[in-house]
Every structure is written in C-alpha cells, then in structure tokens.
Design a protein around this ligand. Sequence first.
Ligand SMILES: [Zn+2]
Length: 337
Amino acid sequence: MLQIADHLVATCHAISVGNFFVITYTSVMPNPTRIMPPAVLFIAGAMRSGTTLLAQMLGQYPNIFAAGELSNLWSGFETNMHCQCTRVIEKCPFWGPVTHAVLRAAGLRSHREAERLRLASARTRYMPRVIHGSLSSDQRQYELILNILHRTILEQAGATTLVDTSKKAVDLVIAARASSTAAVHLIRSPYGVAASEADTTKHSEVRLAERPPNKKPARSAFGWVAANYLTTFAGRRIDGPVLRMQYETLVHHPARELNRILDLLHSEVFPWQIDGCRFNMPSGHLVNGNPSRYRSGWQRLRRPDLGDSLAPRDIWAIRSVVSFGNYGGYERPRGSR
Ligand SMILES: [Zn+2]
C-alpha cells in the first residue's frame, strides 16, 4: 500500500512476466490511518451573534475556506449582493466560476431555478420533513445542488473544509444531509444582540441592502430564543459533531476557542496571528454577512457589548422573554445581566 497524498493511499496489483513485474491495476482509496475533516463547518445561531467574525478568523487557517452565507448565494444575483472582494457575485473571480460550474453540473438554466429550489427546501416549516428524510423531488434536487456546491467550492479553493455562516437551523440540517458536516452553535448574550439590533446608526456607511436589519429589543429577544432553541434541536439530529461556543469567550480567548474548532475538524493546533487584542483578519471571498467583513488586516477585537446602552425597560423586556422557560437551556455569558 502506497501513500500518494496525505489522505489517499493506493494499492497496486502486479503479475510477474519473466524477470519483470507488470502493474495490472491500481486502486486509490481514502487513507484509513487519517480521519478526514468534515467538508462543511456550519456556524449556527441567532442574528448578530458574531458568525461572520468567526468565519473570517477561521479563514486564516490554510485548509479552511470562509465561504459565508451560502443560503443567500443564489438570491444574491438578484439583489446585487457584494462579495468580500467588493465585487458582485457574477464578477467575483471566485464565485463567478463556481456558480457557473454548479449550475452546469446540476443541469439548471439559471440562478433563479436554484433559488426556487432553495425556497422549496430551506424554510423552518420544512424542518420535520428534512429531518425524517421524507423529501419532495424539489427538496432532493436542492440537496444535490448543495452537495455539488460544497464540492465545487472546496475544489476551487483548494481547501478541505468550507465555513458556511447561514446560521439557520433548517440550513444546518440540509447541509448535514448534503455533505459531512460539523457545526458550531455560537451564542451571544441576548442583551448584546438586542443592543446591536436596536442600533440604527450601526453600519450607516454601507448601502441599505447590506445593512443588517434593526429590531426592537423585545422582538430581538424572541428571535434569539427561537434561533437558539431550533439550533439546539437541529444539532441533536445531525450525524456530525456540534460545538457550543460563546461569542464573549471567543473574543476574550480567540486562540483557545479557534483551536477547539480545529480539534472538531481533526486538525492540529495552529499559530493564529494574534497580537494582544488584535487579530490579523484575512481578506477573501466571504459572501454576504456582517459588513465588518470588508475590514481586513490587523483589527482590534472589540470588547463585547453586554447591552449597556439599553434602557431599563428594554432590559426588563429581554429578561422576561429569555427567562420564560428557555434561558436555563443556555449558559449565561459571564458578566451579562
Ligand atoms: Zn469575491
């Protein structure tokens, strides 16, 4: 048995002809001594939980490709969504060829057809069907498209794992059906999320379509409970491993937390480029997500906001919602109210 790559071995079968050996055939198979990392690392959780930040940080690792919100890829053609490289999807040197190759391989005429199939699959109300595998033909086709998309991205990026920050539980379940998937359930203080979602001045420098939506604190808290509950539910129903991580801990101890993820991916610890509270953010092709992704190079990791800017009545409203039978299911971030 010959090792021909880190993850592949070949078995040669030969016959002797006179004084010579002639190789009759060679079979190539995965290296049984090497556990392959999952193809997809899915980052799930509520809105504004730091999923884009985590994906961008992971992009520093050589074999990881930070893809971004794949659930918004096909609709992004209609909305003129911009890639991290500041180009629209069609003009991006990464996503342009990838999306064309996927449409061709899947036999689809346009991105609209891919988006139609996604809408027929990736909705929370379809989660029970997806979990039990009683899929419609459109849902089966979408699962196949997602598998082709994953494989094409990894091939084009030369990576072993891609990071999908689609966040939603239903997208996690579909991704896990399409390809081998590990997940990180990223949880941020509900007070910090509400403060971020209530801030109408945040990201005022970017165009309206790129800005995350603003919400009133009570509505934000309902969204937080629903997203984290559904993510916990989905995480128990996928085959791959799920790691729970707090956003606040990630910001305070980035190297330790990122190495926990590498362990999940069967990878060795990595000398992350961190200087005190600054992190060297790579530039790449993160598609959609928080506008902070446009900032690359050495960036200061900001102290997590625990909702200090919220009014007392907003804090009361959030506490009422998150403590209603659900808060106990989540670890309370240190220092939160
Ligand atoms: Zn790009």
